[in-house]
Design a protein around this ligand. Structure first.
Ligand SMILES: [Zn+2]
Length: 172
């Protein structure tokens, strides 16, 4: 019924926001179109347009539900090597280079806990240099405060290929 004529590399997934504008999930464009057609959601961001015999509408990239839905509290994503690297964009918190490891800012051997606020992505070199020392002992500083991720990591693999137009809706 619906065809995305001549859309080329147009997005095939749509970010669905709750009525409160909090990210809810990622849906297929097909489902996104149904949500719009049934009046359940409105298009916030579009990329190109969608055509069928009877219909032409913007191709939804970000949608917002018209009515707020209650979502059960998500189980927090635990900090693992994969999720920490993902949160920090695979960049070393200390030198900005490519990161492969996770470092405990407050060293575990000195009472630091394995929790989101105490872990950062680090390259092997910095991790090795830092070892079990505190940042002030090395004269190092963190340029950001580590926090639990809210959305991008929770969305898992789908968010690693997030559309650029989603970014401002996925900010923690
Ligand atoms: Zn480094």
């Amino acid at each position: 019924m619906l065809s995305t004529a001549a859309v080329g590399d147009a997005p095939t997934r749509t970010l669905l926001l709750n009525a409160s504008h909090e990210p809810l999930c990622i849906v297929s464009v097909h489902r996104a179109v149904l949500l719009v057609m049934t009046g359940k959601a409105v298009v916030l961001e579009a990329d190109g347009s969608l055509h069928s015999e009877r219909l032409a509408m913007p191709l939804p990239v970000v949608l917002c539900l018209n009515r707020y839905v209650h979502v059960p509290v998500r189980r927090p994503v635990p900090p693992t090597r994969r999720t920490v690297l993902q949160r920090d964009g695979h960049r070393c918190a200390y030198c900005g280079g490519g990161a492969d490891t996770v470092d405990h800012v407050h060293p575990r051997s000195r009472g630091g806990r394995h929790e989101w606020t105490n872990v950062v992505a680090a390259c092997v070199r910095c991790n090795h240099r830092k070892a079990d020392r505190f940042l002030h002992e090395l004269g190092w500083e963190l340029e950001f405060t580590p926090r639990a991720p809210r959305w991008s990591v929770a969305f898992g693999a789908a968010a690693t290929r997030a559309e650029p137009s989603w970014s401002r809706y996925l900010v923690a």
